[in-house]
Write a protein that binds this ligand. Structure first.
Ligand code: AVJ
Length: 318
């Protein structure tokens, strides 16, 4: 097919590297798309909506832990940190820490750069004395901070159990990359979702309103834009459920009927019921979470949890 056949809407908008990644995932026997592609501007807003859902306990449980123990966390960390927010989104979680932690610099990193820019502009007005930088980058594969990020007392802030998107082995590698980016005065403040009953987990990832379904399905619209694909969202359904053997939530998109999809440089048929794996969200036992941080080169110094033991916030030193 010559490119002249491509209509305006089918032109890809992604870099060659991203196109190659998407192409490989779509062609794989078990098709998969990385969860980072959930976050275009609409996807980031849908994720914000998920955080408001009664079924989605992680956000409010973690918020409770920060409310109850934030002052103690700040004492353990000390003032004047270079706060590096990994997957900052709307920057709200970090902003709530500012009055306690008094960072000297705030570095917000997110794959969705436009969303980030708006968030930081608003925040800078509320906290004019904190130096702020936004970096639109995909830190999941490489984490090299530019010179504009102060070297002194770097504190990686990785809340929300986003580390759950990595398989444990990848998570260890990611932690080691973060460790390599800080001096001995550095550290990590991380939120990790804990193993719990599967009914609670299932409901959190397949909510009654269908917001998580919209969040997952929106990925197809994003892929249409990025890869010039022609996914018809109506032909797909959301699936989100706990896989106890793997200790993870799995999200998939499932074809409602036999269909075919074209994208820039490829096409594929999907049978009815065939799925695209779009996300894993690993859950940990508290002791395994601490072990993971240690294997990543950090020393877990404090663990704070909620009363039910559903979620953990851990401070670890470099
Ligand atoms: C942002 C990766 C932590 O795994 O709970 C929410 C994403 N996916 N609902 C999670 C998500 C479906 C979320 N993280």
């Amino acid at each position: 097919m010559s490119t002249s056949c491509l209509t305006e809407s089918k032109r890809p908008h992604a870099s060659a590297a991203v196109l190659a990644e998407l192409d490989a995932g779509l062609r794989a026997t078990s098709a998969c798309i990385s969860p980072k592609f959930l976050y275009d501007a609409l996807g980031s807003r849908l994720f914000e909506a998920i955080c408001e859902l009664p079924e989605y306990y992680p956000t409010r449980t973690e918020a409770t832990i920060f409310e109850r123990h934030g002052a103690e966390m700040a004492r353990a960390i000390g003032a004047g940190a270079t706060l590096i927010d990994l997957g900052a989104g709307n920057c709200a979680k970090a902003a709530r820490l500012f009055p306690l932690l008094h960072p000297s610099q705030y570095v917000a990193i997110d794959i969705s750069a436009d969303f980030l820019r708006e968030s930081i502009e608003r925040l800078q007005q509320r906290f004019p004395h904190i130096e702020m930088t936004g970096l639109g980058l995909d830190f999941s594969t490489a984490l090299e901070l530019p010179d504009t990020v102060r070297q002194q007392k770097r504190l990686f802030f990785y809340p929300g159990s986003s580390i759950g998107n990595f398989a444990p082995e990848q998570a260890r590698a990611f932690l080691r990359r973060a460790r390599a980016e800080c001096d001995d005065d550095g550290g990590l403040l991380i939120g990790i979702d804990l193993v719990k009953d599967s009914a609670t987990l299932d409901a959190a990832y397949d909510d009654a309103l269908g917001v998580t379904a919209a969040f997952n399905l929106n990925m197809l619209r994003h892929i249409n834009h990025l890869a010039g694909a022609d996914f018809d969202v109506r032909q797909w359904r959301h699936s989100g459920a706990y896989n106890g053997a793997e200790q993870r939530i799995e999200m998939h998109l499932e074809a409602r009927e036999a269909l075919s999809v074209r994208w820039h440089g490829g096409e594929r048929a999907f049978a009815r019921g065939e799925r695209i794996h779009t996300e894993n969200s690993y859950k940990y036992r508290q002791s395994d979470a601490v072990g993971l941080l240690e294997q990543g080169g950090f020393q877990a110094t404090r663990v704070w949890t909620d009363a039910a033991g559903w979620f953990a916030v851990i401070h670890a030193r470099a």
